[in-house]
Design a protein around this ligand. Structure first.
Ligand SMILES: Nc1ncnc2c1ncn2[C@@H]1O[C@H](COP(=O)(O)OP(=O)(O)O)[C@@H](O)[C@H]1O
Ligand SMILES: [Mg+2]
Length: 239
């Protein structure tokens, strides 16, 4: 049987004005894996994630999610997307925000489970404006997972979190992946890369290299992932 891919991106190009944000990206994410998109600011990670969701229309190339060509509004019910900037309703409570995302995605239950997973069930009645930054991020994660998506896209989900909370986020990603969810997570923090099964190194809108953390290290001939990234990025990365 053919291996099933949760995400299949083929030759995607996207220009904003004269800027080539994605320059022919091809990648496939296997069902149930945690795939890390790594690269510096401006590399094209967010644009790539948006093209997977169908929010960015590629100039060329194709994207399929769970076997269906994107964009496809109905398929979005199978997808959870945590944006880089938290997109919560500030005047609503934690619970109301999560309920809203459940309703939009046609889920009738799951709010309590999602709040428990992010350890916010004690704060479900709190209005978002009264939450700490970390709590808001946990609330955003709950909104992205409440409808139990098969594919979860997380755009730099741990930026600004303290180390304990980052570990807790990664533990919950692991838990979800063990439950069968496919996860694509972007980061520019190399130590997070260790927690991914496979990595795609993105720079200037291109996929420079792909593989497990071990494969990336041996490809670059170094034991240090950060060093490996710099070597694979070549001279252009060092200015
Ligand atoms: N809507 C847009 N309009 C114009 N330029 C954009 C837009 N979105 C992204 N870009 C540009 O595309 C490049 C890639 O951006 P982005 O995908 O956000 O990178 P990353 O998420 O890796 O930081 C950047 O140079 C950014 O300024
Ligand atoms: Mg980004």
């Amino acid at each position: 049987m053919a291996e099933s891919f949760a995400v299949d991106v083929q030759g995607v190009q996207k220009k904003f004005g004269s800027l080539q944000a994605l320059d022919g990206v091809t990648l496939r994410v296997r069902s149930g894996e945690i795939y890390g998109l790594l690269g510096p600011n401006g590399a094209g990670k967010t644009t790539l994630i948006r093209s997977i969701v169908g929010l960015v229309a590629p100039d060329a190339g194709t994207v399929s999610v769970l076997g269906l060509r994107m964009p496809n509004v109905e398929n979005l019910r199978n997808v959870g997307y945590m944006t880089q900037q938290a997109a919560l309703y500030p005047g609503l409570s934690v619970e109301e925000n999560v309920q809203f995302f459940a309703a939009v995605n046609g889920a009738e239950s799951g709010v309590t489970d999602a709040l428990k997973l992010v350890e916010l069930d004690q704060r479900r009645k709190s209005v978002v404006t009264t939450l700490s930054g970390g709590m808001r991020q946990r609330c955003s994660l709950a909104c992205a997972i409440v409808h139990r998506p098969k594919l979860l896209l997380l755009d730099e989900p741990t930026v600004g979190l303290d180390p304990q909370l980052r570990v807790r986020f990664w533990d919950s990603f692991r838990e979800m992946a063990d439950g069968g969810t496919t996860i694509v997570v972007s980061s520019h923090v190399m130590d997070e890369a260790e927690r991914c099964q496979r990595l795609g190194l993105v720079q200037y809108g291109k996929l420079l290299a792909e593989g497990s953390p071990d494969e990336i290290r041996s490809l670059a001939g170094t034991n240090n992932l950060e060093e490996a990234f710099l070597r694979l990025a070549g001279t252009g990365a060092e200015s």
